[in-house]
Unconditional design. Structure first.
Lengths: 108, 234
């Protein structure tokens, strides 16, 4: 099912996956995703930050003020236990979605 | 796995930490969003400078890359304020539950004190209710007839002492005064009501015929007096 929920869910899953390696600030999440995907995925700041606030409100991630690598005060996000459960759900949904698309685009 | 290896008191401290942070360490949502977005912009600018751009050009590029910053700021603030509301509500309910549980434990722990407190409250509330009932009946409750503010009690004064109006004075005032719509006289008296086996003493009054017109009330059964009934000899 390709709809807004799937795309939303994918962005959430990408952020959750990034945070599953350790706490990061918003800029760090954007950079990590750009570098890991060889810049194939560039995250729009316009959707990244609202997504972070939305996920924090839902309790999937939590934030606290910490110090960035350049000794600057930065808001650091950390994945929560509910966040990890959500990541597993989103990953499974993505697998099913990719599998279904694959059946159409990549016939054996 | 990591969590299981921790000491109990460390886990306890961790469980309490988010709450402390939310009440003490939180800055206003507005400032939180501003600082976070400013940090992002600064980092992106730095990234472009390191890639060889002039600082001013790098900043412009970072701003362009960000897009509609005001819209993002607004969206984040709105969600953040919702988050704060949720959190405050949750904390309030949690504290209420704790307070109630604590109160219940204290009451059970000290039954003598609890009984005394309950009795004190019961007596206090009872006494207040009684006093208020009396006050309500005497002072606050309206008279059981309409336009009570237009009804007056006429008295005469003799040597500085108030007294009731004599029959002669009543007739005199009634024939001369235009200030009253009705002027009625009443003389309070006891009557014997003898019906059936036991006679009863009832408190009543002898009144002139327009007594009921003064108060604008009608009997629920029968009629009041007619003017012609209020004549000598009737």
């Amino acid at each position: 099912m390709v709809n807004g929920d799937r795309l939303h869910g994918t962005l959430d899953a990408l952020i959750l996956k990034t945070l599953s390696h350790g706490p990061l600030h918003g800029y760090g999440i954007a950079r990590w995703l750009e570098e890991t995907t060889d810049r194939a995925v560039t995250i729009e700041e316009g959707s990244l930050y609202p997504a972070l606030y939305r996920m924090e409100r839902r309790g999937w991630i939590e934030a606290e003020w910490g110090t960035s690598e350049l000794n600057r005060r930065a808001k650091l996000y950390r994945i929560t236990r509910t966040g990890r459960t959500q990541l597993a759900l989103e990953t499974k949904a993505w697998q099913e979605f990719a599998g279904a698309i694959g059946k159409v685009l990549l016939p054996a | 796995v990591r969590r299981a290896a921790r000491l109990p008191d460390a886990m306890d401290k961790e469980a309490r930490a988010p709450r402390l942070r939310s009440t003490l360490g939180r800055i206003p949502v507005r400032q939180e969003v501003d600082e976070e977005l400013a940090f992002h912009l600064e980092m992106r600018t730095r990234e472009y400078v390191e890639a060889g751009m002039e600082p001013a050009a790098a900043r412009r590029a970072a701003l362009r890359r960000f897009g509609d910053m005001e819209a993002v700021r607004r969206a984040c603030r709105r969600i953040g304020e919702g988050r704060e509301r949720d959190m405050r509500r949750k904390e309030w309910l949690g504290e209420l539950r704790q307070d109630l549980a604590f109160a219940a434990r204290q009451l059970v722990r000290a039954p003598g004190f609890s009984t005394l407190a309950v009795l004190t409250l019961a007596l206090g509330i009872g006494a207040t209710a009684a006093v208020f009932s009396a006050l309500h009946a005497v002072v606050l409750r309206p008279f059981p007839f309409p336009e009570a503010e237009r009804v007056l009690l006429v008295e005469t004064t003799w040597r500085g002492q108030p007294g009731s109006v004599s029959a002669g004075n009543y007739l005199y005032i009634q024939s001369r005064s235009r200030a009253y719509t009705h002027l009625a006289a009443a003389q309070y008296a006891n009557f014997n009501l003898a019906e059936g086996d036991a006679p009863e003493r009832v408190w009543g009054a002898r009144v002139t015929h327009d007594y009921f017109d003064v108060f604008g009330v009608r009997p629920s059964l029968g009629r009041t007096f007619r003017a012609e009934e209020d004549q000598p000899g009737q």
